[in-house]
Design a protein around this ligand. Structure first.
Ligand code: FES
Length: 280
């Protein structure tokens, strides 16, 4: 069993949970993920490691309540325990040698983008960050990003916080203004990452995307995270989750991610009845 040390609500549907898992904390690196099960009969869910404290032996994850599995996880509070917490899994992000990087995070993807920004800042790299949300009430980790970024832009679709616009608007402006990056790292919805990659392509900036959002079992067995990279089939959970965004077939990945929507909707309705809770 893995005790939950703390749980903090970051916005109405996103929470940060810190779990005591010393063996995972000892080894986890930026970009890797864990698989957890809330209870013995719960489904397995992959989450990217958001932070680790090797001294305390804790691992933080940030999750959004979007379906039945995360609703069940969200029922647990500090002092209770997770049944399973396995990892670290996946290939760590390759950050060594990067001198100037632009981090582009969207929504809850900012939770995964932040550790990369923090690690690069610690390594002495220049970090420019752009984080985007639908509206002010969904903003997360703004202060944390500010502390590790040389430049930061906060974008909201409706202009209710920061600047009105998309993350790609800000990125385009910086690139057109002459900013040159060793790499752009982007993590968020598939459609957002697709357009970030399209924005950087004409400028020839290497763009790394995280395909963690399409994982199911995280073991290389279910095939749920299959993605076509440069015409080759790859699995996000064992070959990634980081890939060259200019080589990903995003249209295929987006179409495949929609296949699960009816099943997820059904499970979510059951879970809503069970937990008598509404999710947005
Ligand atoms: S998540 Fe199942 S094969 Fe990768």
């Amino acid at each position: 069993m893995y005790p939950i040390i703390s749980k903090e609500q970051l916005n109405p549907t996103v929470a940060r949970m810190v779990i005591h898992a010393p063996l995972v904390a000892r080894k986890a690196q930026v970009g890797q993920f864990i698989i957890l099960r809330a209870g013995e009969r719960s489904k397995r869910m992959p989450f990217t490691v958001s932070d680790v404290d090797r001294e305390l032996g804790t691992v933080a994850i940030i999750y959004q309540v979007v379906g039945a599995g995360t609703m069940e996880l969200d029922q647990l509070q500090a002092g209770q325990s997770l049944h399973d917490f396995v990892g670290p899994l996946g290939t760590p992000s390759e950050l060594e040698g990067l001198k100037k990087v632009c981090i582009v995070g969207g929504g809850v993807g900012c939770a995964i983008a932040y550790p990369a920004a923090k690690a690069l800042h610690r390594m002495g790299a220049t970090v420019h960050s752009i984080i985007g949300f639908r509206s002010w009430d969904l903003v997360i980790l703004e202060e944390q990003f500010r502390q590790v970024s040389d430049r930061l832009r906060v974008m909201t679709d409706d202009g209710s916080h920061g600047e009105k616009g998309l993350v790609t608007n800000a990125l385009q402006e910086w690139l057109e203004a002459g900013e040159r990056y060793d790499q752009v790292i982007t993590i968020g919805p598939l459609a957002m990452m697709k357009f970030v990659a399209a924005t950087t392509r004409p400028f020839g900036v290497k763009t790394v995307v995280s395909m963690n959002s399409i994982m199911v079992d995280g073991t290389g067995m279910c095939g749920g995270c299959r993605v076509t990279v440069d015409g080759q089939t790859r699995f996000a959970c064992v070959d990634g989750p980081d890939f060259d965004g200019h080589l990903i077939n995003f249209d295929e990945a987006i179409a495949r991610s929609r296949m699960y929507l009816p099943f997820e909707q059904h499970a979510r309705e059951d879970a809503c009845r069970l937990f008598q809770k509404e999710i947005r």
